[in-house]
Design a protein around this ligand. Structure first.
Ligand code: UDX
Length: 455
């Protein structure tokens, strides 16, 4: 799955529709890059909200669609109602736009549209594709285990085993080893009906012809096999997508000064700390996290995304002497070039919220993790990092500074951490083989291209 250019002019156009959040835009545009390198023309239909930056992908066409959504910061609490609104608002304008594109291709002899590839959360696309009589393919951007655990929630609720608010039980969920009931990605936000509706909407079998998955056999073969048994259409686990598509699709400007700072640090000594594009740190946790980092004396690179911490609390930390205590040992930025950071030899660990992209990016660079999941699928991913692949430590519940300091020492200094780093490096090598000729992701990509060409 190398990024060699294989322009075959007979290849048609693909229309991509991403959910407009960083963790979903990235894998969709990476998939676009891979398919473009195989000769397809790519057109991205996108909302005005969180619009991608076209100049990062000069080879793609971008078409903005009115979405009637105001530009605002969406927190984890607003996510499900927002996705529901997005699906309500976007159907008609997307349909009109696609109908025009189909008409234009006939008149102007442009490459014909082979199919629409849409993020599972943009489920309105299924009806739109049907209306304009085009095949469609779903892209799933979370793990295969997340799919199985969300389906288990539906079943456990139907059986009355799980209440609407989920469970805090440490017991293992039957059939979902190593997940405990408390790890299930139940949303505690909004009404239970909104969450159940969300799962039903993203997983309902509709008319799509296939499912592309940003995961692979090395990481999740048993779950993928289980899903394929239940699924009527073909599953194509072609991930990790970022490994073959280098361009950035950051919505926030990356601060490259942190790479200069990393250059001055010793091999494997820096802990990279980032909680992705949506999660935030609550007031109490911020102080514990900051002082745990400072007291560990381990160099760290910390991404404090605007809006992810309380400004007053952050200022308070400065007045308490946090900045002086850290000195040259810490580098704080608003947004980092994460893939480059994780690939840097100085980075020896990643404190992550375990969003699926961050998890994949860390694994494929051989970096072990401290997992502090915040919501949803992150708990499932964290459990796999610590218990299945055994390349990380999970911080449970609210953490205090002593616990943070100990976890950092375990990962960055102790023998236990060195063993995790070795296992992470082994996993990285297996993934690198998997995306090369003969590997399963490579083979699935070829099969996917054959399928699209057969439409
Ligand atoms: C969301 C959900 O929260 C997550 O649980 C789900 O798995 C995917 O969608 P997000 O929280 O943003 O994603 O996390 P993640 O999946 O890790 O994606 C974040 C992306 O932003 C990564 O690709 C990462 O490389 C990038 N990033 C993050 C940067 O480029 N710079 C940063 O400083 C931080």
């Amino acid at each position: 799955m190398e990024m060699e250019k294989e322009h075959r002019s007979s290849h048609p156009r693909l229309v991509l529709v991403a959910l407009p959040f960083q963790g979903h835009i990235n894998p969709m545009l990476q998939l676009g890059s891979i398919l473009h390198s195989k000769g397809f023309s790519i057109t991205v239909l996108h909302t005005a909200f969180n619009s991608p930056i076209p100049s990062n992908y000069p080879e793609f066409g971008f078409v903005s669609i009115p979405d009637n959504l105001s530009e605002q910061l969406i927190s984890a609490d607003d996510l499900l109602p927002f996705i529901s609104l997005l699906n309500l608002n976007c159907g008609v304008p997307f349909q009109e736009c696609l109908a025009k594109m189909v008409q234009k291709q006939e008149v102007e002899n442009e490459p014909s549209i082979a199919c629409i590839v849409y993020d599972e959360c943009m489920y309105f696309c299924d009806a739109v594709a049907k209306y304009v009589k085009l095949p469609s393919i779903v892209l799933r951007t979370t793990s295969a285990s997340t799919y199985l655990s969300r389906n288990a929630i539906l079943q456990l609720k139907a059986e009355g085993v799980l209440t609407s608010q989920g469970s805090t039980s440490q017991d293992l969920v039957p059939g979902l080893h190593p997940l405990r009931f408390k790890d299930l990605p139940v949303s505690k936000i909004g009404t239970p009906e909104i969450f159940l509706q969300f799962i039903t909407n993203i997983y309902k079998t509709r008319t799509s012809s296939a499912i592309i998955w940003n995961t692979n056999d090395v990481l999740e073969q048993p779950s993928l096999q289980e899903i394929q048994k239940q699924c009527q259409v073909g599953i194509f686990p072609v991930g990790p997508l970022h490994e073959v598509a280098p361009a950035s699709s950051s919505l926030i400007k990356e601060d490259n000064s942190c790479i200069t700072w990393l250059e001055k640090q010793k091999q494997n000594t820096v802990l990279y700390v980032s909680l992705g594009s949506v999660a935030s740190v609550d007031k109490k946790e911020l102080g514990e996290m900051a002082w745990g980092l400072a007291n560990s004396k381990q160099p760290f690179l910390w991404v404090i995304r605007p809006g992810s911490v309380d400004d007053q609390e952050w200022k308070k930390l400065s007045t308490e002497g946090f900045v002086e205590a850290v000195g040259e040992n810490g580098c704080i930025v608003k947004w980092a070039p994460q893939k480059e950071v994780l690939a840097h030899g100085a980075v020896g660990g990643f404190w992550t919220h375990c969003g699926w992209n961050s998890t994949l990016e860390s694994i494929s660079k051989g970096v072990p993790m401290i997992c502090k999941p915040c919501f949803g699928d992150q708990r499932v991913n964290a459990r796999h990092v610590s218990q299945v692949w055994r390349i990380g430590i999970q911080l449970e519940n609210m953490c205090e500074r002593g616990e943070v300091e100990r976890a950092i020492k375990r990962l960055m200094v102790d023998k236990e951490g060195k063993e995790m780093r070795q296992r992470a490096k082994n996993l990285k090598e297996r993934i690198q083989l998997d995306i090369r000729e003969g590997g399963s992701s490579y083979n699935y990509l070829n099969k996917l291209i054959e399928l699209i060409m057969s439409f």
